[in-house]
Design a protein around this ligand. Structure first.
Ligand SMILES: Cc1cc2nc3c(=O)[nH]c(=O)nc-3n(C[C@H](O)[C@H](O)[C@H](O)COP(=O)(O)OP(=O)(O)OC[C@H]3O[C@@H](n4cnc5c(N)ncnc54)[C@H](O)[C@@H]3O)c2cc1C
Length: 413
């Protein structure tokens, strides 16, 4: 008889798991609480879906998963980025590789990826709308699920693919943690990762809405003798609470032990120029504006919003004529522009994060199959597991690889 499989959650991991299990001969029901599959997938990569990263080795992938990367060895080995690319392209969605080896659909439309996986899941499983409330477990063996509506569905195997806690409006509200606990699993405390940062310095709110496209940052860890633990070049944004934007989200994943004041971010507003070149540039600007006040002489150098903030922080009187500015004052200005430092006071809440850290303990899941070590026939896939990766397509690759492995494993008797 064909094994009856229930997959809970039609996100990236669940759709892949359901399709794979069905294609491998199982009788599959995919249960999704939303009317539509893949709501989170739809908003990934700002609607473009950074579906994976063109890593060639398993180790490269693991290096980009700071949260329990080694646990994913089996899943990645079974289903690498090249396999995912073949999988998607063979279903009619061409992909392209961008900066940082990030893989996107050529169409720049996440909807194409959602459609591809929804079609795969729909072909090989029965997709049902409903919210799973409870697992049915007898003698440490799963035998079905109970829905919120009261309906029960029998199964030989159940895959939990309910995602994490971030962006709860997409349906990922952490239900899987409760289901796992019901099965006796340990859920490691959840926390936000890839998340905007709250900053002590008040000038961030004055800069609210300002986006810096070509800046560089360094993250400094005071607890490790001011070691630079991360650096990046790209885009960031000031907000009413602090800082956000792609570079900041990536940086946040490196702040593994958030403590108020432990991490500082040094922002280089002019990364293309050495301090000497920047000083020469400022001198040139000043010589073209000799009779102007300091506050009116920085417009060519900086975005308008930044000028009053930099003037204030420089300590140079705003009405000083530029031809009266001393070499020392200029040196201070250069150092400020190359090293505008802010102090991190905390993460924004998990519902604003791109991914959730923590989740079902990897110690209680067999990494070769994704099966629970505690309850026979119970499997996990995707973000519900205590794994989290950096930006660049690694979180989706993790969801697809674990979904694939769980889908294959349930079909092996
Ligand atoms: C704004 C944003 C942008 C992102 N961009 C990228 C990106 O470009 N690249 C990348 O690699 N990663 C990205 N991520 C992260 C990535 O989207 C997630 O890591 C990934 O979607 C996790 O997949 P999943 O299948 O485990 O969970 P989800 O995609 O969260 O799917 C879980 C599904 O389970 C359903 N569900 C939950 N509880 C129940 C229940 N009780 N019963 C039935 N159904 C249930 C939910 O409705 C949901 O559809 C982004 C995340 C966000 C929030």
């Amino acid at each position: 008889m064909r094994p009856r499989v229930i997959v809970i959650g039609a996100g990236a991991a669940g759709m892949m798991a359901a399709g794979t299990a069905g294609e491998n001969g199982c009788d599959v029901i995919l249960i999704e609480r939303n009317q539509k599959c893949g709501r989170k997938l739809m908003i990934t990569g700002k609607g473009r879906c950074n579906v994976s990263n063109k890593c060639k080795t398993v180790q490269e992938l693991i290096d980009n998963v700071p949260g329990n990367g080694r646990f994913l060895y089996g899943a990645f080995s079974k289903f690498m980025p090249c396999d995912l690319v073949d999988f998607i392209e063979s279903r009619g969605v061409p992909l392209k590789v961008e900066r940082g080896n990030r893989i996107f659909p050529v169409s720049d439309k996440a909807a194409d990826i959602v459609d591809c996986f929804a079609a795969y899941a729909g072909k090989y499983s029965r997709v049902v709308t409903g919210r799973v409330k409870e697992l049915i477990i007898n003698d440490a063996c799963v035998s079905g699920v109970k829905l919120k509506s009261g309906e029960t569905l029998a199964a030989d195997k159940v895959i939990i693919a309910t995602g994490g806690l971030s962006y709860p409006a997409t349906g990922s509200t952490g239900d899987g943690y409760g289901l796992a606990e019901q099965a006796g699993h340990t859920v490691i405390d959840t926390a936000p990762s890839l998340v905007p940062l709250e900053i002590h310095e008040g000038f961030c709110s004055e800069l609210m809405g300002l986006s810096l496209r070509n800046s560089a940052i360094k993250v400094i860890d005071a607890k490790r003798s001011d070691k630079v633990i991360y650096q990046d070049f790209g885009e960031m944004l000031f907000t009413h609470f602090g800082v956000s934007g792609p570079m900041i989200l990536s940086a946040s994943a490196h702040m593994r032990d958030m403590e108020r004041g432990r991490y500082r971010i040094s922002i280089d507003l002019k990364p293309a120029l050495t301090p000497e070149q920047l000083d020469a540039r400022i001198l040139r600007d000043f010589s073209e504006n000799t009779n102007k006040n300091f506050i009116n002489a920085l417009d060519a150098l900086l975005p308008k919003k930044l000028v009053p903030v930099i003037v204030k922080l420089s300590g140079i009187p705003l009405n000083l004529k530029v031809n009266q500015i001393t070499r020392e004052q200029r040196a201070k200005l250069v150092s400020l522009l190359k090293n505008l430092t802010v102090t991190v006071t905390g993460f924004r809440p998990v519902d604003e994060a791109v991914v959730t850290r923590g989740g079902v303990s990897t110690k209680e899941i067999n990494p070769s199959t994704m099966e629970s070590k505690l309850v026979k026939g119970l499997y996990f896939a995707g973000e519900v597991i205590d794994v989290d990766a950096y930006t660049g397509g690694f979180n989706l690759q993790t969801a697809f690889s674990t979904g694939r492995l769980a889908g294959i494993s349930v079909s092996e008797v």
